[in-house]
Design a protein around this ligand. Structure first.
Ligand SMILES: *[C@@H]1O[C@H](CO)[C@@H](O)[C@H](O)[C@H]1NC(C)=O
Ligand SMILES: *[C@@H]1O[C@H](CO)[C@@H](O)[C@H](O)[C@H]1NC(C)=O
Length: 455
């Protein structure tokens, strides 16, 4: 792009920053493509204007310590995800790397020697650029735990130092904007203390996402909420730590930079089966409720599986913790709704945190088919709470009118095309939809560079 379009872009970014500087990172998952019927989700379901960042879960690390894909069709998924940037050029995409190999984190072997780290770092730079990603997320749960030796706390810092150095070098060499670097990190005090040199890693990361969920679930003998904002009046001892506010406090006290700290907002709830006539918070429970018809995994239900039950169940609000639950028959579900999202946003604004990560947008009512609240009700509500402006008005969709420009893109690959009728405009084709775009005043579209320039 020329300096003219660049300047226009810069103006746009500056305006955005004044209005709102919070980031909204949205996860999509490789396994959501296998959900049945209306639950099936692929990158084509992503609204390109919904989030500031989209993070694809999950890539992994192979036996020679290089980053690699996990699904047979990840390449196709990567392509269709990164194609969203032709619709929204300010969207950033990232690849999350993690998972388990034979039940153990591949990070353990990879960080164990400088040579192994070097192989990973090198492969990551090439892989991300080759597939058109803007950044990398490290998903190691967790250094110093689950089979990882205590020294991995320091080795994790070494890995991040190596990555930061390589990112700067790569950006210098290629003149591309530097790749974004982030990590998912633990939420419980003892795990945080074992795993991280907080001040060192905070300086080197663009952002850090605290895994602020799974505080309670069907593994507990009594009902409790997946992601309570604050402690409840029933909590004592270690349970006082099991809330978002306590987790973030540990990170901030440890030296994390508030503006680079994100929390996760779940789009799903955790379920229990009640084992007595009690139905409140802390009621006896005996494991998970039945699996949801779409997510098919006992213990959690997606927002779109929950919303249809809300209409004929009582929604209870845990005021201490600023989160809702419903009871339906013997099932107890602690989940998130508009009110709990708003409460979390108000709280994170009061601390000056950098943003939120939604895990994951395939569990919101992405199609709008389930909840009668439009598409992506939770995430769209979140955008409003965060103070995001309206999404760019969608360019006109093709209609059945005789206007030839609306059918221009039918049968054409995605991309930019000159408008034969007017050189100050051009066509943007996306999934065979035609979007008419205008160059800045005085400029014309040049096909060679696919950009606007002086005539
Ligand atoms: C998705 O990624 C995970 C993590 O690497 C991997 O274990 C899994 O096999 C992939 N596919 C599915 C369908 O879960
Ligand atoms: C949130 O955490 C801070 C720091 O630990 C604490 O002072 C405050 O009371 C907590 N807020 C609530 C409502 O529990």
């Amino acid at each position: 792009m020329t300096k003219f379009t660049l300047l226009a872009g810069l103006g746009f970014l500056l305006t955005l920053q004044i209005v709102n500087s919070a980031k909204l990172a949205c996860y999509i998952t490789n396994w959501s493509q296998y959900r049945p019927g209306n639950g099936k989700f692929t990158p084509d379901n992503v609204d390109p204007f919904l989030c500031t960042h989209v993070i694809y879960s999950l890539a992994t690390i192979n036996s020679v310590n290089e980053i690699t894909n996990t699904e047979w069709n990840d390449d196709i998924m990567f392509k269709s995800l990164n194609a969203l940037k032709t619709i929204n050029p300010t969207l950033k995409t990232m690849l999350s790397v993690g998972g388990l190999t034979n039940g153990i984190s591949p990070f353990i072997q990879m960080v164990s020697t400088p040579e192994n780290r070097k192989a990973f770092v090198r492969s990551a730079m090439l892989y991300l650029r080759a597939h058109g990603f803007d950044g990398l997320e490290l998903d190691w749960e967790y250094p110093g735990q689950n089979g990882s030796p205590p020294d991995d706390k320091q080795r994790f810092t070494e890995l991040i130092k190596d990555l930061r150095k390589a990112i700067e070098q790569e950006a210098y060499d290629t003149k591309n904007p530097p790749l974004i670097l982030s990590a998912k990190v633990a939420s419980v005090k003892s795990t945080i203390e074992r795993g991280y040199e907080i001040p060192e890693i905070s300086k080197l990361m663009d952002f850090i996402t605290v895994l602020s969920y799974d505080y309670h679930g069907h593994w507990d003998p009594v009902t409790g909420h997946n992601s309570p904002l604050f402690k409840s009046n029933l909590d004592s001892g270690n349970a006082l730590e099991l809330n978002v506010n306590a987790s973030v406090t540990h990170w901030l006290k440890g030296g994390a930079i508030p503006a680079r700290l994100f929390i996760v907002l779940p789009t799903w709830g955790r379920t229990f089966t009640l084992s007595s006539s009690e139905t409140g918070l802390g009621a006896p429970a005996s494991g998970p409720a039945d699996a949801g018809p779409y997510t098919r995994d006992a213990g959690y239900w997606s927002y779109y599986e929950i919303c249809s039950m809300v209409s004929n169940a009582n929604v209870e609000w845990i005021d201490d913790q600023k989160v809702p639950y419903i009871v339906k028959g013997k099932a107890w579900v602690g989940y998130e709704n508009f009110e709990s999202y708003t409460a979390k946003v108000e709280w994170l604004n009061s601390l000056g945190l950098g943003g939120v990560s939604v895990y994951s947008i395939d569990l919101d009512d992405f199609s709008g088919r389930f909840c009668s609240q439009g598409s992506y009700p939770l995430v769209n509500h979140l955008r409003n709470s965060l103070g995001f402006g309206p999404k760019p008005t969608s360019p006109p969709r093709p209609t059945t009118t005789a206007n030839p420009s609306t059918s221009f893109c039918v049968g054409k690959p995605d991309g930019l095309y000159p408008n034969p009728a007017d050189e100050t405009t051009y066509f943007h084709c996306f999934r065979e939809n035609t979007y008419l775009q205008h160059c800045q005043p005085g400029l014309v579209f040049v096909d060679d560079c696919k950009c606007c320039d002086w005539p």
